[in-house]
Write a protein that binds this ligand. Structure first.
Ligand SMILES: [Zn+2]
Length: 320
């Protein structure tokens, strides 16, 4: 019997973590998930990940041969060195970085690669989802913050210091009234167009309903002026941020996740119109702005792509 070549994927999130076995074509063969003991610090989280991974490797005995491990982490990361830095939803990690890829590689005896989850999801959308066929693609996801990743000429752009393409922190308001961003800068796109920012701005406008993105979207659909104005501002700023990106990189496709999927009806028309007002026509004529496609498979495929993209880059000659 032919044994499948499988990749072990580990998705580390602030609330849930999972281990998967997938083929390089993205077919899911095994999945196990549990809550992340985030409040117990890095040792507890790492032990949980390794335990999930061992369950998956046990299952792999009947399924195929595991050739490597990809980790997608919901935290800042230095992918080249496989190091994870502290994040608000993963407290207690070492500020000098935790060499998670090496720890997992040593524990499992598998070549292991790691990416920040926004970069890994960008790769997943590019390889399997809304970015397929595009040589140059930008991905943004407007969740709690704005995560982003750039695929340029078919490769993830990591930048000199591992933070290439932080589109959420492009300045879209240089006025004295610019909003303060969670990163400490003023006027960042994230301060206007992340889920919590839209909720906060709606409340400042006089919205009095439930404090969630979904509830503000529902209110906007029902004609609530404060909620509508918050989405209009988010769309305007998002279009301005994307225009900077377009003028700089001339992508052929922009893929938008989370808020654009749940509230695309309130966001996308205004975003496109703002984008086209702030960038050259020649660069926006054939540009497509589309919602992400992978849905609840995005995280598993992101972990898979964290491995596949590195394996491609190094032609499978990675050291353990
Ligand atoms: Zn910022």
């Amino acid at each position: 019997m032919n044994r499948d070549r499988l990749i072990l994927g580990i998705d580390l999130g602030g609330t849930k973590s999972a281990a998967t076995l997938q083929t390089s074509g993205g077919e899911l063969r095994y999945r196990v998930a549990t809550s992340t003991p985030a409040q117990d610090g890095s040792d507890a989280v790492v032990a949980t990940l390794i335990s999930l991974a061992r369950n998956a490797l046990q299952a792999a005995n009947d399924l195929g041969t595991v050739s490597g491990c990809g980790i997608s982490v919901g935290a800042p990361a230095d992918a080249a060195n496989g190091v994870v830095y502290p994040a608000p939803n993963l407290p207690g990690w070492s500020p000098i970085g935790t060499p998670l890829a090496r720890i997992v590689a040593d524990a499992l005896n598998l070549p292991t690669c790691l990416e920040n989850d926004a970069d890994a999801t960008a790769l997943a959308e590019w390889r399997f989802g809304a970015g397929r066929g595009a040589e140059t693609m930008a991905f943004l996801t407007q969740g709690t913050g704005i995560g982003s990743g750039l695929v340029l000429n078919g490769r993830l752009h990591r930048g000199a210091f591992g933070a290439g393409g932080e589109i959420g922190h492009i300045c879209v308001d240089t006025s004295d009234e610019a909003r303060v961003c969670s990163c400490g800068l003023c006027g960042c796109l994230e301060a206007y167009a992340s889920g919590p920012s839209v909720v906060r701005i709606a409340a400042e406008n006089g919205y009095r309903g439930e404090q969630s993105g979904a509830a503000v979207a529902e209110a906007a659909r029902g004609g609530d002026a404060a909620a509508l104005a918050a989405f209009a501002l988010a769309a305007d700023k998002l279009g301005r941020g994307l225009a900077v990106l377009v003028m700089l990189l001339n992508p052929e496709r922009i893929v938008l996740g989370t808020l654009a999927i749940h509230a695309g009806d309130l966001l996308l028309t205004g975003t496109e119109s703002s984008l086209r007002r702030h960038a050259w026509k020649r660069l926006t004529e054939d540009l497509t702005v589309v919602p992400a496609q992978l849905g609840d498979r995005a995280q598993d495929l992101a972990a898979l792509c964290a491995y596949l993209s590195r394996a491609d880059e190094s032609n499978g000659t990675m050291s353990q």
